[in-house]
Write a protein that binds this ligand. Structure first.
Ligand SMILES: C[S@@+](CC[C@H](N)C(=O)[O-])C[C@H]1O[C@@H](n2cnc3c(N)ncnc32)[C@H](O)[C@@H]1O
Length: 349
């Protein structure tokens, strides 16, 4: 049970550690919420997950995107006069419109989907998927935006581009080191699995995904375009758990399978992460299964440890490859490190 003091500390921490230097809008809002006793009363009366700062921020953003909070619209879209302070206004709107916010707060969970990660996935998949037609399963797929990989234009600078030149979704991925393979793969079928998939065709789901994207960080427009791309090139999205529902999905597929997890395994408790590996091993008894993981350091056990490059002072994601053959793990590789949203890769292979 969260206490009032813990709630205040959480919002202050969030402002300083998550927002400062990245989202001035959410920094000022988080400071104002940290000081708003009336709002704490409302939050403390709600279930635990609602108290996460990202939940209230996304729910208010959803209201703004619906055009239902015009007072905040220019602050969110960056057209407000310089110096305008969003914090007090946010608190005022939240208190006045609380009854409208509650149903969304209670029904939803924060869910992001970063299409920029295709720039990191492409060379990892090119390393593992060779010539045979292969099925890709993206576990923890959210709205399936990384499954749009073949339809995105990925720009690797001097190393050239991958994907259609006229794609509306343009992903820049800088290669800081190494020589990753830049080529299309033999993937013939793409399936996304998530315990709460967001349907890009459903206006409420699509808006919620945008609402979970921070407004002043430059990621909103590309996410919008990626949602349109996912509608234009639909993939199979399945509702199911990464551990309990994956065996049945693997069993219905013939031939080689490559599984991807990008910032998804981190959401599983330790015992479920181990069970996930067991499921992949069991699925490889009569055909090869490979797993590309792009996760925070220490999330995937057993990958060879290679020091994370110090780039921009941030913690890089680890790009791992785990191969399963004949029912067991046969190889583990640390392919590289990458920016969490795919802005760069540092290739070790
Ligand atoms: C941070 S999002 C990452 C989405 C996407 N992979 C990306 O890189 O943008 C994590 C996703 O994992 C899903 N998830 C968490 N636990 C899961 C589980 N046990 N089984 C299936 N999906 C899960 C969540 O619903 C959410 O959509």
């Amino acid at each position: 049970m969260t206490t009032r003091d813990e709630l205040v500390a959480w919002w202050k921490w969030f402002s300083e550690r998550e927002c400062r230097g990245y989202s001035p809008l959410y920094e000022s809002i988080s400071n104002a919420v940290a000081a708003a006793d009336d709002l704490h009363d409302r939050l403390l009366a709600e279930p635990n997950h609602v108290r996460q700062p990202n939940m209230l921020l996304a729910t208010m953003h959803d209201l703004v995107l619906r055009g239902a909070a015009p007072e905040l619209a220019t602050l969110y879209d960056g057209t407000a006069p310089p110096g305008a302070d969003a914090g007090p206004l946010f608190v005022d709107v939240a208190l006045r419109r609380w009854e409208e916010l509650v149903p969304v707060l209670e029904a939803r969970r924060t869910q992001t989907n970063e299409v920029g990660r295709v720039g990191v996935l492409a060379p990892a998949l090119a390393t593992l998927v060779t010539h045979e037609p292969t099925t890709l399963i993206d576990v923890g797929t959210s709205a399936g935006l990384t499954l749009t990989l073949p339809h995105c234009l990925i720009d690797y600078g001097e190393r050239g581009t991958l994907g259609p030149a006229d794609s509306p979704v343009h992903v820049e991925c800088e290669i800081l080191r190494g020589d990753p393979p830049i080529r299309p793969t033999a993937i013939t079928r793409r399936i996304g699995l998530d315990r709460r998939p967001l349907d890009p065709n459903d206006p409420d789901d699509a808006r919620w995904l945008l609402a979970c994207t921070w407004p002043d960080t430059g990621r909103l427009e590309r996410t919008r375009l990626a949602l349109d791309l996912a509608v234009a090139h639909p993939c199979e999205l399945r509702t199911g758990d990464a551990v309990t529902d994956l065996p049945a999905l693997l069993a219905e597929i013939d031939g080689p399978i490559v599984v991807t997890t990008t910032w998804a395994l981190a959401y599983l408790p330790d015992h479920a992460r181990a069970a996930f590996v067991d499921v992949l091993a069991a699925g490889s008894v009569d055909r090869p299964v490979s797993w590309v993981s792009v996760e925070a350091p220490t999330v995937v056990e057993g990958l060879p440890e290679i020091d994370s490059p110090a780039v921009e002072g941030i913690s890089a994601s680890v790009v791992g490859a785990t191969l399963f053959r004949g029912g067991e793990v046969t190889e583990r590789h640390t392919l590289g490190h990458a920016h969490a949203h795919g802005r760069w890769i540092w290739w070790h292979q």
